[in-house]
Ligand binder design. Structure first.
Ligand SMILES: [Mg+2]
Length: 210
């Protein structure tokens, strides 16, 4: 039985097309130039390499440049969220209909998650935010990050349904035995469900509950 729904935050609770993650990506690039001192081409190439190798740019910068993690996190999330997000009543309604504990599981910070949820008007639905600090800086798709979430919740994998826009981040969840839902992305081979819009989680939840 599903007791917990683990929602990724960015590009999952809102559509990719609004450009918020692109704006955060710009900040990451700017950080690599301004704070790490890389030229634009090196910054772009390294970012791609780090994402591929470590799952996040932050992890790569921590390994190779020993950067100040907290400074990085504050810097890259310093974007005007109100320019991108507004209250989403459809999402609010969908979350109301799902009778399970809802948790945010993000590679970002609790502060960023709170701000995003507040702008979307859905903060009250989430009992918990498991951020990068809560997983001792293990990020998705590192399997350790998922084990932290299970420990924190006191949950077994089969009690969890995970909703994510990243196929790569769903893979470890699926391997551990969670039910996986890909959202806002094409493809979907290897996951249990693929949906176009996060509000369709309601139907997925109904299907597996009944
Ligand atoms: Mg995401």
């Amino acid at each position: 039985m599903i007791k917990y729904i683990l929602f990724d935050l960015d590009d999952t609770l809102y559509p990719k097309e609004i450009g918020l993650m692109a704006a955060i990506g710009q900040r990451i690039h700017q950080y690599m130039e301004e704070k790490v001192g890389l030229d634009p081409v090196a910054a772009r190439d390294l970012r791609r390499h780090y994402l591929q190798t470590y799952g996040t740019t932050l992890k790569g910068l921590r390994v190779h440049y020993n950067i100040d993690t907290e400074e990085y996190l504050a810097y890259v999330h310093d974007v005007p969220l109100g320019d991108y997000l507004k209250p989403d009543e459809t999402l609010d309604q969908a979350l109301t209909e799902i009778q399970a504990e809802k948790v945010i599981f993000t590679n970002a910070t609790t502060e960023h998650a709170h701000r995003v949820l507040r702008f979307l008007g859905v903060e009250h639905h989430f009992s918990r935010i498991v951020d990068l600090r809560a997983t001792n800086y293990k990020n998705k798709p590192q399997p350790g990050a998922y084990r932290y979430v299970l420990d924190i919740l006191g949950a077994r994998p089969e009690e969890c349904l995970m909703v994510e826009d990243s196929m790569r981040n769903l893979k470890p969840a699926k391997e551990m035995g969670m039910v996986t839902v890909l959202v806002n992305s094409s493809g979907g081979d290897g996951v249990d469900f693929a949906i176009d819009d996060v509000t369709q989680v309601v139907e997925v939840f109904r299907q597996i509950r009944d």
